[in-house]
Design a binder for this molecule. Structure first.
Ligand SMILES: [Zn+2]
Ligand SMILES: [Zn+2]
Length: 421
């Protein structure tokens, strides 16, 4: 493979390039080279088209024409710089959508917030000539290879590695931020003061929901059933099983005691959510009807424990807020380019809301996400098979973007596959 790369260096590669708003082309681009001693060059085996690519596609964020699109790749390392791990050469690697140094001295990387590594960069984003070309091309340059690249775990397919680099890790991050990685009765279900009181032996006045067994199961809502939303549903259900003590591969374990509603207005996406284990709610019936269904299901709780907002638009954020119970958690993962929130500080105060958002630290969360994905596989759930709807060659990428961007029925995750040569 390294020989193949060297042979290609004098030529060009095919790449999906940004021309202008709603205009892309598949054209020739230079084959990337090692520019920094910490770089690696990855021969891309598969590249994803992501919902957040559409912000660039629609011109919601400033972006250089000529940039190669894409930040989701899996492939083989064909070249490494002098200060990159030499044993990565030839390895099949997963790549988080933002690079990060991984140094112990880096506060962001050390605390598991790789997405905020000061040296890190988003793949496939350039402005004013600064930034990185993306991975929707035959080869990609990945800076900070030591901190960024992860060998594909044994037993996982390259396509699963692709999902771990972004959308599955992002869905898991959203579910964890919603409190689903916390022990039951804590996290979203109790305040920090209640937990501290329990630790200090203070009488737990109103702490645990004492009548929990008789109360309706806690309600969670996923807003947006695109590929990230579907991943969030799978991750949420598996986190509920983990916290209920269900062992890996235990297919006989009862379903988690919770209801997860999934909201969208595209029938094929709602069907995907239902297959993933959620109860679909059609937004076509109106936001008020969705909210009413959530409130009814939650009974005396008065709304959802947490809402996982996987769209990145104020309409979705507004609906998410409306569905929350007092003291609930709004876990927002979508990139939202609106200039302000659809709810006021007073609204947030009056509902005692916890709001969590931010770019998924994919590199930091990938080891956990790999295990959650493996647990799902062990119960016969193939997340990649559920979310990837189209596998295409690069020459068909412009049409695929058009279909994905228009939310055409049946179009979920698109993966651009590259041949063996
Ligand atoms: Zn992505
Ligand atoms: Zn760092």
């Amino acid at each position: 493979m390294a020989d193949l790369y060297r042979a290609r260096l004098s030529g060009s590669q095919r790449a999906v390039k940004f021309v202008g708003v709603e205009s892309l082309e598949v054209g020739d681009a230079p084959v990337p080279t090692i520019e920094d001693a910490r770089d690696a060059i990855v021969r891309v085996r598969a590249a994803g088209i992501c919902g957040s690519d559409l912000h660039l596609y629609f011109g919601r964020e400033a972006f250089d024409a000529g940039t190669t699109m894409g930040h989701e790749i899996v492939g083989e390392v064909v070249a490494v710089g002098a200060d990159a791990p030499q044993d990565l050469l030839g390895a099949t690697v997963m790549c988080p959508f933002t690079t990060s140094c991984g140094d112990a001295s880096c506060a962001a990387c050390a605390r598991g917030l790789s997405a905020r590594c000061p040296q890190g960069r988003l793949l496939g984003y350039r402005l004013g000539g600064v930034g990185l070309h993306g991975g929707q091309a035959e080869f990609a340059r990945v800076p900070l290879a030591r901190g960024s690249l992860v060998r594909l775990p044994a037993g996982l397919r390259p396509e699963e590695g692709l999902l771990l680099g972004d959308i599955f890790s992002t869905g898991l991050f959203c579910a964890a931020n919603a409190g689903l990685a916390s022990p039951e009765g804590q996290g979203v279900l109790a305040t920090a003061a209640q937990q501290l009181g329990a630790a200090l032996g203070v009488a737990a006045e109103g702490a645990a929901p004492a009548a929990a067994a008789a109360a309706p199961p806690p309600v969670f809502v996923v807003v947006g059933c695109g590929p990230v939303g579907i991943c969030a549903i799978f991750a949420a259900l598996e986190l509920l099983r983990v916290r209920a003590g269900v062992a890996e591969g235990d297919a006989a374990a009862p379903a988690p005691r919770a209801r997860i509603f999934a909201v969208d207005n595209v029938a094929s996406r709602l069907e995907g959510a239902r297959r993933a284990g959620a109860e679909p709610l059609d937004l076509g019936a109106g936001a008020a009807a969705v909210r009413a269904a959530v409130l009814e299901a939650s009974g005396a709780a008065g709304g959802a424990e947490a809402v996982l907002e996987c769209v990145g638009a104020n309409s979705a954020l507004e609906l998410a807020f409306a569905c929350l119970r007092p003291g609930g958690v709004l876990s927002s993962i979508g990139v939202n380019t609106s200039p302000s929130f659809p709810f006021t500080p007073d609204d947030a105060y009056n509902k005692n809301v916890t709001f969590r958002s931010g770019r998924c630290p994919a590199r930091s969360i990938m080891p956990l996400a790999s295990v959650i994905l493996r647990r799902l596989r062990a119960r016969g759930v193939d997340v990649a098979a559920e979310v990837v709807t189209h596998r295409i060659g690069i020459e068909d990428a412009v049409d695929a973007y058009r279909n994905f961007a228009s939310r055409a029925p049946g179009w979920g995750k698109v993966v651009i596959e590259f041949g063996a040569n």
